[in-house]
Ligand binder design. Structure first.
Ligand SMILES: Nc1ncnc2c1ncn2[C@@H]1O[C@H](COP(=O)(O)OP(=O)(O)OP(=O)(O)O)[C@@H](O)[C@H]1O
Ligand SMILES: O=c1ccn([C@@H]2O[C@H](COP(=O)(O)O)[C@@H](O)[C@H]2O)c(=O)[nH]1
Length: 232
């Protein structure tokens, strides 16, 4: 069983697939899934995307860097929204980030992160990598290594990594296991090359799984064969 995990969630888990904003039902489902894993005493760090609000590249009339800043701020909005919802559900949560100075957001400090985990808090790392031109997948890889996670779990809308995008190609074939090198060399677009490279360099295993299947996350942590496992 994995005891220390970094969970990367697509922003769309807050809105429902291909939708924008926040959907109460989707967030309630998410909270219940998180509550189940917190109950097992797992130390949980989270990175959330902002596809439900803004992706820099989709803001066509905005300068690249500003678009990306808007995207990163979107991840802070999602993190605070989740913190508030989680706490109403009894999940103790702290949001940490380097990009904003708000009373509800704490600075990232390694010693404090360990204290939060030991006190049973979920830690949401908001604001991506703090730099434009990256994505929250890369942020998730960095935070997973920094927090010395046992595993990085990318919880998304598809069942794992396929040889091509399964949303576009009906005949796409799923990998149960794949190496970092194959994922990079085959150009599989489920995660950025930067994210795969960081995980490869620091030997951080990755599981990609479908978050919308109930108990998938918990089952993956309990070592069932769920999703796709990325390894050296
Ligand atoms: N080889 C592949 N295997 C699996 N999924 C793939 C592949 N190539 C592209 N995808 C697509 O990647 C998507 C998952 O990526 P992700 O969860 O990061 O979504 P996103 O839209 O980038 O997230 P966000 O909402 O945070 O911006 C899947 O829905 C799938 O359509
Ligand atoms: O390190 C980062 C992370 C994110 N961004 C910007 O935010 C949006 C939302 O992130 P997703 O991973 O796509 O959900 C992204 O499109 C970038 O515009 C960033 O600049 N730097």
């Amino acid at each position: 069983m994995y005891n220390r995990i970094l969970l990367k969630l697509s922003g769309e888990v807050l809105s429902g697939e291909d939708k924008k904003g926040f959907d109460e039902k989707a967030i309630d489902y998410l909270s219940n899934e998180i509550k189940d894993i917190v109950k097992h005493g797992i130390k949980l760090g989270m990175v959330i995307g902002a596809g439900n609000l803004f992706r820099g590249r989709e803001l066509e009339d905005v300068t690249n860097t500003i678009g990306d800043h808007i995207g990163m701020l979107g991840t802070v909005i999602n993190a605070l929204y989740l913190k508030d919802y989680f706490e109403r559900k009894g999940i103790k949560t702290v949001v940490v980030s380097q990009i904003v100075d708000l009373p509800s957001v704490r600075r990232i400090h390694y010693d404090d992160i360990e204290l939060y985990f030991n006190a049973g808090y979920v830690v949401i790392f908001a604001g991506g990598t703090s730099n434009p031109f990256f994505t929250t997948d890369t942020a998730a890889a960095l935070r997973a290594v920094e927090m010395k996670a046992d595993i990085l779990i990318k919880a998304t809308k598809v069942d794992g990594i396929y040889d091509k995008d399964p949303k576009k190609f009906e005949n796409a074939k799923k990998y149960d296991k794949i190496t970092y090198d194959d994922a990079i060399n085959l150009g599989l677009k489920i995660m950025d090359t930067e994210a795969f490279s960081i995980c490869k360099r620091y030997k951080m295993p990755i599981i990609v799984l479908n978050f919308f299947k109930k108990n998938n996350l918990l089952n993956a942590l309990l070592n069932s064969n769920i999703g796709t496992f990325v390894k050296p």
